[in-house]
Design a protein around this ligand. Structure first.
Ligand code: AGP
Length: 618
């Protein structure tokens, strides 16, 4: 979703801002813009609908300046267009703002400001909610306030969650940034005589690994030497930066054609890194040093509720399965965007586990807020971003160690989430005495084989590509699974929808005959997830029902399964896995099928239309 960058220093800001925006492209956007300020306070704004190349093509016409801000916009209020792209200016042109988030009361604020604008013969220049922000600031400046006071006042008037960057003609060597609520972060980067800001770390990494995360409610003034933060109840202060050890090379695409493909192939390493030191066998312990919940809290858990959205919801569904089967505890999953609106009944002994790779998804944060305010139940977040908003809200965090994920489609963070959920189930089961030392050892030993299951799945890439190419013109897919493979069928369908723009439905195979079977004919391919396990016989029945309707079947089952391979049109054999570990053996194959269908259709795989990597609006 929208991205923010900013620069103040001694170099021309325009190219630096543009390069930063390119590094945020993965977030998803439909227009972009930059504003630069020269040493005399002259402001120039450039905005373009569509891809960043449109902005790049026009940048040489822009006057240079060593201070500036930039933005990639994912439209919420007003169509994607040059006019609605950020940055937005106050009506006198002196204050320039970019924003991530939504000004929920923008209609009221626009109505309030309307009379003054009309009296000065000025008009709104966009259809966006954001435009009220520079206008509010500008009115306060006219009333004699400093920029920081004016910004603080304006933010106080906004309802909703907002991350903001601003520049002001009268302060040519400063950028301002503010964060309110959960509209995504603002990271400040420290250079040598220059400073950077960005909504996400990847935009800063080529310049610096010395950073500071603004906290909720912070207002920052940044010049080329450093940053001063205002925080409620404290005197203004210069914060202590931290060092991050992320390697800029880790976010480069390397030899891979797309980040998604690179990230699919990084899964064995992401999984090994996530479980390293957390699955010890002697004595058997799971998450020994990584879960800051007391032994009493763990023993007192009576039920686990796992929540998330999209791919994280599918991980949550699998997590529910493990909580029941491994920890032996009642468990549910829920869609975070629906959860809080049905007045759920939790009780204090429910442990809520929020899964969110970004840690910034507004639906998940909203659900976590509800849990805290209404029930005070303990919460654990599973995320790939340490320091994200979700980690601040939760009582304990399990940080995946997947490295930055750039492709919009979640891949390696899916298996990272799974690993964390599996370990958590082991920890709870053991803490409650339901999982003996011996069984915990067995479970952990099985988890330690999961990276090699992924490796062997990746070896099937060529076969996946060949099969996918035969279905590149299919307009629908049904993906069937049972038991622990059912959530994976939903994940496979989501991947097809996201990057291939093909209509796909993930279904519990037993449900197929209750409706979806009416769709089937020779033009409607069905992907069947059918490893050998307790429900294999029932999957075979479903596959026979599909074949009887002439629908082509692509089955993914255990390598060497003759019975299955003879029944279907296409067979992909994955390494046989213990029943609770099949998500790890099947995941790379379903991801690769979706990837190669999208590739064959010539689509923009890393930045699919209309999608955003981090969804910070409701
Ligand atoms: C997954 O491929 C999607 N990009 C999307 O469904 C995603 O999983 C969802 O938006 C949740 O994101 P989160 O994990 O950052 O909370």
């Amino acid at each position: 979703m929208c991205g923010i960058v900013g620069y103040v220093g001694h170099q021309a800001a325009g190219p630096i801002l543009l390069e930063g925006l390119q590094r945020l492209e993965y977030r998803g956007y439909d227009s972009s813009g930059i504003a630069v300020l020269d040493r005399d306070g002259a402001l120039a704004v450039l905005k373009r609908q569509g891809k960043l190349r449109n902005l790049q093509a026009a940048i040489s016409d822009m006057p240079s300046g060593a201070t500036g801000i930039g933005h990639t916009r994912w439209a919420t209020h007003g169509q994607p267009s040059d006019r609605n792209a950020h940055p937005h200016a106050s009506s006198n042109g002196d204050v320039i703002v970019v924003q991530n988030g939504i000004v929920e009361n923008y209609r009221e604020l626009k109505a309030e400001l309307q009379a003054s604008l009309e009296a000065e013969d000025r008009t709104w220049k966009s259809d966006t909610d954001t435009e009220v922000i520079p206008e509010l600031i500008s009115r306060e400046l006219e009333a004699g306030k400093s920029f920081e006071d004016a910004l603080e006042h304006a933010i106080g008037r906004l309802r909703g969650a907002n991350a903001i960057a601003a520049i002001h003609g009268a302060n040519p060597h400063k950028i301002y940034a503010a964060r309110k609520g959960s509209a995504g972060g603002i990271v400040i980067g420290y250079g040598d005589g220059e400073m950077f800001i960005a909504s996400d770390l990847p935009a800063l990494l080529p310049h610096t690994t010395t950073i500071y995360h603004l906290e909720d409610g912070d207002i920052a003034a940044i010049n080329q030497e450093g940053i001063t933060v205002r925080r409620a109840g404290q005197s203004p202060f210069q914060p202590e930066p931290i060092q991050v050890d992320l390697d800029p090379v880790a976010i480069a695409r390397g030899p891979y054609r797309h980040f998604m493909l690179k990230e699919i192939h990084e899964q064995p390493r992401a999984l090994s890194d996530t479980i390293r030191g957390r699955a010890r066998l002697d004595p058997p312990t799971a998450l020994a040093d990584d879960l800051s919940l007391s032994a009493d809290t763990l023993r007192g858990i009576g039920r686990v509720l796992v929540i998330g959205m999209g791919t994280s919801l599918h991980a949550a569904m699998i997590g529910r399965w493990w909580m029941e089967q491994i920890a032996g505890i009642p468990a549910d999953f829920d869609n975070a965007s629906e959860f809080r609106f049905r007045a759920p009944l939790l009780g204090p002994s429910t442990l809520v586990v929020a899964v969110t790779q970004s840690g910034e998804t507004i639906d998940t944060l909203g659900a976590m807020n509800h849990v805290r305010d209404r029930w005070g139940a303990p919460q654990v977040v599973i995320t790939n971003v340490d320091g994200s908003e979700a980690t601040r809200q939760a009582d304990a965090s399990i940080i995946m160690r997947c490295g930055p994920e750039v492709g919009v489609a979640s891949t390696k963070t899916f298996v990272g989430s799974l690993a964390a959920l599996y370990l958590l189930a082991c920890r709870i089961g053991h803490a409650q005495g339901r999982l003996s030392d011996e069984n915990l050892t067995l479970r952990l030993e099985q988890l330690l084989t999961a990276p090699s299951l992924l490796e062997r799945g990746l070896e099937l890439a060529d076969q996946c590509a060949r099969i996918a190419q035969q279905f590149d013109s299919a307009s629908d897919f049904l993906v069937l699974g049972r038991g622990i493979e059912y959530p994976l069928a939903m994940e496979a369908a989501l991947k097809c929808k996201e990057i291939s723009y093909v209509h796909a439905e993930g279904y519990a195979a037993g449900e197929m005959k209750h409706g979806p079977i009416a769709l089937l004919d020779q033009h409607f391919p069905v992907i069947a997830l059918a490893p050998r396990g307790p429900l294999f016989g029932k999957m075979m029945s479903a596959i026979q029902q599909v074949s009887a309707r002439q629908a082509p079947v692509i089955a993914i089952g255990d390598d060497g399964d003759e019975e299955l391979s003879q029944q279907v049109d296409h067979f992909i054999g994955v390494p046989p896995a213990p029943p609770l570990l099949t998500p790890f053996s099947l995941t790379p194959v379903v991801q690769l099928l979706a990837y190669h269908i999208a590739l064959a259709r010539g689509l923009d795989i890393d930045q699919p239309r209309n999608l955003a990597k981090t969804v910070t609006v409701e």
